[in-house]
Ligand binder design. Structure first.
Ligand code: C2E
Ligand code: MG
Ligand code: MG
Length: 711
């Protein structure tokens, strides 16, 4: 039987084995992978049914066909229950046998392929599951109602929700309220393929910060795709086949932050964090176009801090930066939410007032700014007061473009600077004309400093009793390339307003000291040299040092230098100014008050400041005319000088009567055209050499005529 079956079933690729007993079969099955076993029930030793049980437990891939002459139906049933795929009764039909074997082998092949595919699928699913679970992105599926069916574990670390919490919940639970309308389109995406939505930015909420006033938000880009039932007939409308969506949300908070930082830096000042020049201009242009449409009024304030350079020079740039930050903070409190306060550069700020009720509102805000700056700031642990000059320009009257408004506000600010600072002014057309002249003069002045176009003239100071020259006042002149010789009244104010005066003083000090040293060397007397210094000099941190270095450089005793200051410097009771004066006084340097009596004379400051002498202003001297009573003010000034034991010099003495009267009133030292106009150094030298003692009051030494220009 076995041999005939072997012949019957032989075929290409088939390896057929024969075993006479169940035990032999077990040995053979153990040694090789077998697709099909044809098995009789009745065998010597172990029965066919028992062997089949063994096969079923040993390998699932081996199929069994029972071939038996056993007519008992129970055997057949047992065989089939035991896992046989067929039961063939002997004697059998050869073709039927062949067919059954073919079928069994075919099925076995299919099962093997199936098993292989399942194994591969399982492997692939494991891989995908791994990728999904370990993805840095949120991966989710939503049902047709927008409720989570699946979400990967990333949600726990990213948003603090557990997955179970979210499964079955609507997507809105994790979306920031303001973004729900955009999220709606992303999370209910119905399109597929390359039409599907990609990279929509949505803010998601971090569960752990929900109770905070400002919850932490994660910016994510969501890419989503619709899912459709592919099995139901394609006749079914698409909407009915919609099952839900799946998508990926990527956390881009870091990138977003970086982008925001970059754009913030491009539009804001890094020191004060205020909008910078370009953002300000942008907003101004925007406000102007709005105002043009609805007839509104727009204001621009240009703010410049008055003594800021002093802080940088005296305390260093770090302190200067701190002060700027503090000023910015105070200014912020003056503007409303819709206004823009910007930091232009250095000590300059601008304010945009986009919708003013009336022009006076801009002035009110400017006034508020000046008020708020009044309280002292702390600089290096010391109180420091800062003031500001503010220019105002309004749309439409002062210009209708951002550039013009800014320029005109700047011009108005400049006007405040040159008329005493610490105030505000609205732009007028007249300012514009002056401004242009001033700008060109300022440029020329810079050039003059570079090319040393200055000269010093000296005006002698005479002691009447001693009948001798006791001092000289150095008075600066500008040898202007086209205007000729200019007197200080043409340029000193402007030099002060633009800060250029310091360079001029540096030159004047060195020149005057050098000249003095030369005359002393030539034995031309123990003279005093008076140098005019503007109040700004005392604001320079190194002023005392510069005086000292000039004295040292020219080997001059301190007492022969006399610094002429004006009364307004004394109004400033800044401790650093008093301190500098004391240092100079202690060195032996003299300090005189020029033009005494013309400004805010206060006896108080004479007590506070270490003053050596006062110079009676020309206006009082001019009033001394024959037949007219001496002004009580002059009497008072003389009394003050005596009371405070101050040295006295009268300025602008032009007539012998004036000389005589002043002398009789007790003022011995005088300066004026009566004795000499200011003259160049060589002329002074000549005068000193031509026996000073013989100097006659009437002798008039003519100085060069000075032209003057006004601006
Ligand atoms: P000041 O210090 O009061 O100088 C006296 C001014 O009166 C000088 O004018 C002088 O020429 C003029 N003067 C002198 N005697 C007579 C007189 O008898 N009659 C008349 N009518 N005038 C007389 P100047 O040179 O034009 O200087 C004007 C002002 O410019 C000075 O007033 C001073 O405040 C300032 N100044 C001059 N040189 C400098 C300088 O180097 N630095 C600074 N910061 N200011 C200076
Ligand atoms: Mg003077
Ligand atoms: Mg004077």
């Amino acid at each position: 039987m076995r041999s005939s079956l072997r012949q019957l079933l032989a075929g290409e690729g088939r390896d057929i084995l024969e075993c006479g007993t169940g035990e032999d079969a077990i040995t053979a099955l153990k040694s090789q992978d077998t697709a099909l076993v044809l098995l009789d029930i009745h065998l010597p030793g172990i029965s066919g049914l028992d062997l089949m049980e063994w096969i079923a437990s040993f390998t699932a891939s081996t199929r069994v066909i029972m071939v038996s002459a056993d007519a008992n139906i129970d055997s057949a049933i047992r065989a089939m229950r035991g896992g046989a795929v067929e039961f063939v009764r002997k004697p059998y039909d050869l073709e039927e046998m062949q067919l059954k074997v073919e079928n069994a082998l075919h099925r076995s092949r299919l099962e093997r392929i199936n098993a292989l595919m399942s194994a591969r699928l399982e492997c692939s699913e494991r891989m995908h599951r791994f990728l999904v679970e370990n993805s840095p992105d949120l991966i989710y599926t939503l049902d047709a109602n927008g409720c989570f069916m699946f979400i990967n574990g990333r949600v726990e670390s990213l948003l603090g929700y557990s997955r179970d919490e979210l499964i079955g919940c609507k997507y809105t639970r994790i979306v920031y309220e303001e973004d729900i309308s955009i999220a709606h389109w992303a999370f209910t995406e119905r399109r597929r393929d390359n039409r599907a939505m990609t990279n929509v930015e949505i803010r998601l909420k971090d569960k752990n910060s929900l109770h905070h006033f400002k919850p932490r938000l994660i910016v994510a880009t969501v890419s989503a795709m619709g899912v459709y039932d592919e099995d139901s007939g394609s006749n079914e409308p698409l909407a009915k086949r919609f099952l839900g969506t799946y998508g990926v949300a990527r956390d881009i908070s870091e990138r977003k932050k970086a982008e925001e930082t970059i754009s913030f830096q491009a539009l804001h000042d890094h020191l004060t964090h205020l909008p910078n020049r370009s953002l300000f201009k942008d907003r101004l242009e925007h406000s102007l176009s709005q105002a043009k449409r609805n007839g509104g009024l727009v204001g621009v304030l240009f703010i410049d801090l008055d003594r800021f350079k002093l802080v940088n020079d005296t305390y260093g740039h770090a302190e200067g930066d701190d002060l700027l930050k503090n000023v910015a903070q105070r200014l912020r409190n003056c503007v409303r939410a819709g206004d823009t306060l910007a930091h232009q550069s250095g000590d300059e700020f601008t304010v945009l007032l986009p919708d003013l009720y009336g022009p006076e509102d801009a002035s009110i805000i400017a006034g508020k700014i000046l008020d708020i700056l009044q309280a002292p700031f702390q600089v290096q642990g010391q109180e420091f007061r800062i003031t500001a000059s503010i220019g105002i320009a309004l749309y439409p009257q002062d210009g209708n473009s951002a550039d013009v408004l800014l320029k005109n506000a700047d011009i108005a600010m400049y006007e405040v600077k040159s008329s005493g600072k610490n105030s505000y002014l609205c732009f007028t057309d007249k300012m514009n004309v002056c401004h242009h002249e001033r700008i060109s003069l300022e440029n020329e002045l810079r050039q003059a400093i570079k090319c040393s176009e200055f000269e010093l003239y000296y005006q002698p100071q005479i002691s009447i009793r001693g009948d001798s020259i006791v001092g000289l006042e150095a008075l600066v002149r500008w040898q202007h390339p086209t205007h000729g010789l200019l007197g200080p009244s043409s340029f000193i104010d402007m030099a002060e307003a633009s800060g250029l005066v310091c360079s001029i003083t540096d030159w004047v000090l060195a020149e005057a000291c050098g000249q003095m040293a030369l005359w002393r060397e030539r034995g031309l007397g123990n003279l005093r040299m008076s140098v005019n210094v503007s109040p700004m000099e005392f604001e320079r941190g190194d002023f005392v040092e510069r005086i000292k270095s000039n004295l040292a450089r020219f080997h001059l005793p301190a007492h022969c230098l006399d610094l002429e200051i004006t009364e307004n410097l004394l109004l400033n009771d800044d401790s650093s100014i008093i301190d500098k004066m004391r240092q100079l006084h202690n060195l032996g340097v003299r300090i005189s008050i020029d033009d005494f009596g013309t400004r805010y004379s206060s006896l108080n400051y004479l007590r506070k400041f270490p003053i050596s002498s006062i110079k009676i202003d020309q206006s009082f001297v001019r009033e001394l005319v024959e037949g007219v009573r001496v002004s009580p003010i002059l009497h008072a000034i003389l009394g003050i000088a005596r009371g405070f034991e101050l040295h006295l010099v009268a300025e602008g003495v032009e007539t012998p009567f004036q000389m005589k009267t002043l002398s009789e009133l007790g003022c011995d030292e005088m300066q004026g055209y009566l004795f000499s106009k200011p003259i160049p150094g060589v002329a002074v030298e000549e005068m000193l050499m031509n026996s000073l003692s013989k100097l006659k009051p009437q002798r008039h030494v003519g100085g060069a005529e000075i032209s003057s220009i006004s601006y």
